[in-house]
Design a protein around this ligand. Structure first.
Ligand code: NCD
Length: 319
């Protein structure tokens, strides 16, 4: 008897993925895309399909990589780059109506980046075509987490047992939230959450860790854990998400404790990897330019894997 595979329809948040799907479907399909591009195989699995990219927040990597992924699979792309200003949102149109419009225009999938948490779920609630969350405010960024997971897996050939430091603005950064949920699906993961006190990880993730008996420590200085972890995931200060008067003061201290310095780099294990979703910024100066070529820094590998990941995802969800 043929077993029916559970198809992924929308991609909204990391919790939706099971370990089985990640290992048995996502990793192999992503690898297949990587090999296909390496051998210059011509892929046209999505010929005749049209993908809509609706971006309400700035994006370079995510938008271009989704666009490139769609084109590499033979799909057409209609993209709005600055939907907040250029679309009807400025006239007061709701996400629900925007989504009804997209659905009426014969698209085959829509990729949304929005400026508020829950936007992709809201969009999905009225959509007959797959909705992919490319970042919803301070909520999640599941496709980034998937490409991060693939990058980690490619390096270590396993996920179980890894020790991971999530570093920087953990309160406002959505990539570390999605990655925490995803890594939590594996066994014996240990997290070091390193952030300035006012920018620590929000309670919902800590509750998730506790519920699933996932081990974690809170800290504020990367130096303290640099020699104990396998993955160091750096992030920038999400300045645009901070309200005026918030306790984090850019004028003082800046990235103290959440930056790769010469001393920190010296402590980091030889076979560890240093990641970043990009963009790097000079507020924390998380990974200074001078360390870019250190062989543990895999930040552009992540970008590359983002293309394969998004090709794999589009292939899996677009009919
Ligand atoms: C991230 C994002 O938009 O959340 N960027 C990205 O998509 N690679 C990280 C960030 O903006 O800091």
């Amino acid at each position: 008897m043929q077993t029916l595979k559970k198809r992924i329809f929308h991609i909204l948040r990391s919790q939706q993925f099971g370990r089985q799907w990640l290992e048995k479907e996502f990793f192999p399909e992503t690898l297949r895309m990587k090999n296909a591009l390496a051998s210059r195989a011509s892929l046209s699995t999505l010929a005749g399909r049209t993908i809509c990219l609706l971006f309400y927040e700035p994006s370079t990597r995510t938008r271009i990589s989704f666009q490139q992924a769609a084109l590499k699979l033979g799909a057409d792309v209609v993209a709005t780059e600055n939907a907040k200003e250029f679309s009807s949102a400025i006239k007061g149109e709701s996400m629900l109506d925007t989504m009804r419009v997209i659905n009426a225009l014969a698209f085959d999938a829509v990729v949304i980046r929005a400026d508020y948490e829950g936007a992709a779920e809201e969009a999905a609630s009225v959509s007959q075509i797959p909705v992919i969350n490319a970042g919803d405010g301070i909520g999640q960024h599941p496709t980034q987490a998937l490409l991060d997971l693939f990058t980690i897996y490619e390096h270590f050939k396993r996920i179980d047992g890894l020790k991971v430091a999530l570093v920087g603005d953990l309160k406002n950064g959505r990539t570390t939230r999605s990655l925490a949920y995803l890594l939590g699906k594996f066994n014996n993961i240990h997290f070091e959450l390193i952030a300035p006190e006012s920018l620590q990880m929000r309670q919902d993730i800590l509750d998730y860790f506790k519920r699933h008996k996932i081990s974690f420590n809170l800290g504020s200085n990367l130096m303290d854990v640099a020699d104990k972890v396998d993955v160091i995931y750096m992030t920038r200060a999400q300045k645009e998400r901070m309200k005026e008067g918030e306790p984090f003061d850019f004028a003082q201290g800046k990235g103290e404790g959440v930056r790769i310095t010469k001393e920190v780099l010296k402590k980091i294990k030889k076979d560890a990897i240093i990641m970043h979703p990009l963009p790097r910024s000079n507020d924390f100066n998380e990974i200074p330019e001078e360390f870019t070529d250190d062989q543990r820094v895999v930040i552009f590998k992540q970008v590359e894997n983002g293309l394969y990941t998004r090709m794999a995802l589009l292939n899996m969800i677009v009919k």
